[in-house]
Design a protein around this ligand. Structure first.
Ligand code: TYC
Length: 102
């Protein structure tokens, strides 16, 4: 904490602005073609979710159109997006993964 003084000479307590790095949501988007089991596999492999959590998030995306998979620093979020996009492309699935500032 910092002490400050206003122009009446009164000591004030002010909070120093602690800068936290911005965090990024990683979003998974629904499509009509990617198999459900493939999405579950992606969530287990790249987001370290157990099978039940992975299945739950996959179903949420399937029903709602998209879901937040996790919240990460910029670098980690970007790595996850790249991993998902490359792995999906390599298996010829149109799965889309994006990131968004929180
Ligand atoms: N909608 C897909 C299907 O019915 C499953 C799916 C779920 C696809 C989540 C993408 O991010 C996704 N096979």
């Amino acid at each position: 904490e910092n002490d400050a003084e206003n122009d009446l000479g009164l000591a004030l307590k002010t909070r120093p602005k602690t800068q936290r790095p911005p965090m990024y949501k990683v979003l998974l988007l629904n499509d009509d073609f990617t198999p459900m089991e493939f999405v579950v596999h992606i969530l287990e492999r790249f987001f370290h979710l157990d099978h039940a959590q992975a299945f739950e998030i996959m179903l949420m995306v399937h029903k709602k159109g998209l879901a937040v998979v996790g919240v990460f620093s910029y670098e980690v979020a970007e790595t996850k997006v790249t991993q998902v996009m490359e792995f999906s492309r390599r298996h010829q699935h149109p799965l889309q993964c994006t990131m968004e500032k929180e």
